[in-house]
Design a protein around this ligand. Structure first.
Ligand SMILES: C[S@@+](CC[C@H](N)C(=O)[O-])C[C@H]1O[C@@H](n2cnc3c(N)ncnc32)[C@H](O)[C@@H]1O
Ligand code: SF4
Length: 454
């Protein structure tokens, strides 16, 4: 059982650890040349491809994604021209014969492009990356408000087998407060369309902590969700960072639910979903019991990359498009966020790299520990000792002292072989892994860079 009182008390601002070291450490010394060198070294891993389609028609006020708002079709088409240039340029540096295990269209709103445009991008990908695995996970983020049969046909033709729908909340008042309107019927027809074309793996994104939300309104949203019963659900804690995202300033902070209400919503969500056939995965995901993600989590083999959770092997992620992040065994790399910079580089025949990070051996060790704990809520100490040739207790003496407080509270247990988090500890995993983050010592955690855990 999760002790929600303790959970609330110990929650504090902290990184989300989609990467370790976090993006705060990425720097411009890691440039296009560094990336090319890193690609030459990281040749043993299969590939995962991420393509960012950043455009949206209008702003959802809660949105923390990397988005460009536009209604201009020529701007969207120009971007595709540059995506094609980037893909062709990558062909010079990436071993495009390597097996592709994952492909993900993210955004922004990929389905804000029409069917023909999506097909152009997909064709240029498949022309270059010729070795897609038969079992590849091929997925797309879909905004139900922009989704039609022609687009679905293209996705089917290119082997898509997973669609993730942005649902967020079905309540009218909440939708009004966040400037995103979509009815239950609209979402249901979008899902029906996907199912008619054989998509079995359907994910919904929900967010708790939005303005005007309360326990009763969210209960109704969950009831509606269960009428459709997606195979997976991501129930995100709303990350309110108006100092970074301007559109969030349109949200009236007086309308945001209190931490106590947020907790009651999340507690209810966990109980409701787990008593309706879902298993909880990581901090904020749920999957039906027969889903491969749940099976992988039981084996302690769940992985998370920038595309989300996966049960597949480790891959090297190639990020394509503005802001995209790539990742290999010992580096992270990020493309320019600024569209003009991105275009300028490609016009000059240069990979559009903005920044990145070369990981040291110590970074790789800590990344392994942090990711294992984040994803599986447990760590096999012996395996880490063998893999990195260290004595865990000596190497992490200070960190183990730092964990003492959490052990005393019952959030985790440590013996010679394993670190295991309790259910409440799992909810606080971000705080717990912060103990292993060497870089946090250098920064002020309360300087509003990070969102709060509750
Ligand atoms: C790129 S969007 C999904 C695709 C599409 N644009 C849509 O909205 O339907 C990715 C997801 O991130 C989540 N998200 C966006 N901003 C967030 C925030 N500030 N806090 C928590 N989750 C957020 C939303 O659930 C959203 O569905
Ligand atoms: S939530 Fe999706 S549709 Fe809304 S602004 Fe963000 S990326 Fe665009």
């Amino acid at each position: 059982m999760i002790d929600f009182e303790k959970f609330a008390k110990y929650s504090k601002p902290g990184p989300r650890y989609t990467s370790y070291p976090t993006a705060l450490e990425f720097n411009e010394r890691f440039n296009a040349d560094s990336y090319i060198q890193a690609l030459n070294k990281n040749t043993d891993l299969p590939l995962s491809l991420y393509v960012h389609l950043p455009f949206c028609k209008s702003a959802c006020y809660f949105c923390g994604c990397s988005v460009i708002y536009t209604s201009k079709e020529d701007k969207k088409q120009e971007y595709i021209k540059y995506l094609k240039k980037e893909i062709l340029l990558l062909k010079k540096y990436v071993d495009v014969n390597k097996e592709v295990l994952q492909f993900h269209f993210g955004g922004g709103t990929p389905t804000f492009y029409d069917a023909k445009s999506l097909e152009i991008v997909l064709k240029s990908i498949r022309d270059v990356f010729v070795n897609f695995s038969e079992n590849a996970e091929i997925s797309c983020e879909v905004d139900p408000r922009y989704f039609n049969e022609d687009q679905m046909k293209v996705l089917r033709d290119y082997g898509f087998n997973r669609l993730s729908f942005g649902v967020q909340d079905f309540d009218n008042d909440v939708q009004q407060a966040v400037h995103r309107f979509q009815s239950f019927d609209l979402v249901q027809s979008a899902v029906d369309l996907a199912k008619r074309y054989g998509i079995e793996c359907i994910n919904f994104d929900l967010i708790y902590g939005l303005p005007k939300q309360n326990l009763d309104s969210f209960k109704k949203t969950l009831d509606s969700v269960l009428r459709i019963k997606p195979t997976r659900l991501a129930v995100f804690n709303y990350a309110h960072v108006p100092w970074i995202k301007k559109t969030m300033r349109k949200i009236d902070e007086n309308e945001l639910p209190s931490p106590a209400v947020k907790l009651s919503i999340f507690e209810y969500t966990i109980n409701y979903l787990t008593s309706n056939g879902y298993k909880m995965i990581g901090m904020d995901h749920f999957a039906l019991e027969n889903d491969e993600l749940y099976k992988a989590s039981l084996r302690g083999e769940l992985k998370r990359n920038f595309q989300g959770y996966t049960a597949k092997k480790h891959t090297q992620t190639i990020g394509i498009g503005v802001t995209s992040i790539g990742e290999g065994h010992d580096y992270y790399v990020q493309n320019h966020k600024d569209l003009n910079e991105y275009i300028r580089c490609l016009d000059n025949g240069v990979l559009p790299i903005h920044r990145g990070l070369q990981l040291s051996n110590e970074d790789i060790l800590r990344k392994n520990i942090i990711m294992k704990l984040m994803n599986n809520f447990r760590l096999d100490i012996k395996r880490i000792e063998q893999k990195f040739n260290i004595n865990f207790k000596e190497h992490f003496k200070d960190e183990l002292d730092g964990l003492r407080e959490y052990i005393d509270l019952g959030f985790l247990k440590i013996d010679d072989n394993q670190i295991t988090l309790s259910h409440t500890g799992g909810m606080l995993v971000r705080n717990i892994v912060m103990v292993f983050d060497e870089y946090l010592k250098k920064i002020d955690i309360n300087n509003q860079k990070f969102s709060k855990t509750v």
